[in-house]
Write a new protein. Sequence first.
Length: 247
Amino acid sequence: MLPNLLYLIICLVHLASGEKAKLTVTQTPQDLITYGGSLEISCSHNIPNYDRLLWYTQSKAKELIFMGYLLGENGYPEEVFQKKIKIHGNANKYEGFLTVYNLTLEHSAIYFCAAYYTSLFTQERNMFALLLFLLLPSLDLGLKQSSDLFITEGFNVTLNCSQIGTSHNSMYWFRQRPAGSLEPIVYSYVKAATWEKDFKDRASTVRNGASLDLTLYKLQSSDTAMYYCAKQDAHQCSPTYNLNKNL
């Protein structure tokens, strides 16, 4: 069973299209959210005459899904989201909010806020992408993990894992994408590494005694997942899992 607490972090990734503009994104509350709780994301911009804010979501590398929009002070969620979200704020003042209710792991996704000019009969819009991260408490006090990271698509990231008080020869990295099963990434025995084929050409490890650092190259939105570090001694029939990092 998953732990009861769920940490969420939202960060600005990129300005996908349109003119240069200033965008401010915040999340409340900043510290932690529980399963079944709610999350509020705010989005504001400084583009004159763009008087409508649109919200989209994209999960598990699927197509973009339109969630609804804010016009003036009125929110208009799509029918499928009407009992799941609230869209509110004042689009005439270039600020809006998206509240998501009854949070579960499946809410891990990329969320898009778009500023739209309703006076134009064109599809001109400024779209901003947000990455949503899930972080769970450590499951094994015998492993020390990286501090929280904010990573944009196309960049590299190194996840650190070191044993505390032990020096087992066998160490592992796994990951679990939203609503997916546990995927092995790499198995390390002393200095030798055995890779899963999907990661062999886009990742590397550095083994230094009781530590195993994993580097992922050119991150994609599909790399959003929970990342687990594990250790195993000769007397264990299964590895002990520790959640290291979620991208």
